[in-house]
Design a protein around this ligand. Structure first.
Ligand code: 5RP
Length: 225
């Protein structure tokens, strides 16, 4: 079985009748959404889905999940979402798919947040492989990027073809590569303190567990309290 599918299938076992389920974004979360759709049909589950992007909204509807608004269902029982990096403490970098703002809003509303990923996402420390995506408003974005440089990273404006990539919220993304990040908790706040920043892809202390698909089978990482 594909490693992403292995992880997604393990997480979908936690979906139960009556739940409000957060629908993550990215290729692994999309596999989970399809499997949730299969489970809804096979078991006749009455669940509703809160999407974290326009893509997960469309996919959820296509596979038969009733899509609702977070404002009408402010407590999400379980969210299944992907990640770009997972460190040993279950801290994450997310947002290479561009959905980090909605993903963090839904994660903050979730009782349980399960991360699904293949083993290539495991790192010793955040920033080891991936940049930190930072969503920034278009107004004066070069000024915002200069301020990000002052934090010791190298921000690169994400492109989508010839034009800058635009998020579901109508903003740009600066991908910020850090040499090394010793304190992601502090960095998450410092980045968000820069005027023009909407939010960033550091997810510290938000995941409950991670289902990691490995060549030796499923590996589950639990949150350490
Ligand atoms: C999107 C995300 C995704 O969850 C992350 O990029 C992982 O995607 P994939 O499962 O395709 O590797 O944060 O904003």
């Amino acid at each position: 079985m594909d490693l992403k599918e292995l992880a997604a299938a393990e997480a979908v076992r936690y979906v139960e009748d009556g739940m409000v389920v957060g629908l993550g974004s990215g290729s692994t979360a999309s596999i989970a959404i399809k499997l949730i759709g299969d489970k809804v049909k096979a078991e006749g589950l009455e669940i509703v889905g809160v999407p974290t992007s326009k893509t997960s909204d469309l996919l959820g509807r296509a596979v038969g999940i009733r899509i609702v608004d977070l404002d009408d269902h402010p407590t999400v029982d379980l969210t299944i979402d992907g990640a770009d990096e997972v460190d040993p403490r279950l801290n994450l970098i997310k947002g290479l798919g561009g959905a980090l703002v909605r993903e963090k809003i839904v994660a903050a509303a979730s009782v349980v947040e399960i991360i699904v990923a293949d083993e290539s996402k495991l790192v010793d420390y955040l920033g080891q492989k991936a940049p930190v995506p930072v969503e920034i408003v278009k107004f004066s974005f070069k000024t915002t990027m200069r301020r990000l440089t002052g934090l010791g990273c190298k921000p690169v404006l994400r492109m989508g073809g010839d034009a800058p990539f635009t998020t579901d919220n109508g903003n740009y993304i600066a991908d910020c590569r850090f040499e090394r990040m010793d304190n992601p908790t502090v960095m998450e706040s410092i980045i968000n303190n820069i005027p023009g920043v909407v939010d960033n892809g550091l997810f510290v202390g938000r995941a409950s567990k991670a289902m990691i698909g490995t060549r030796d089978g499923i590996r589950i990482i639990e949150k350490q309290f």
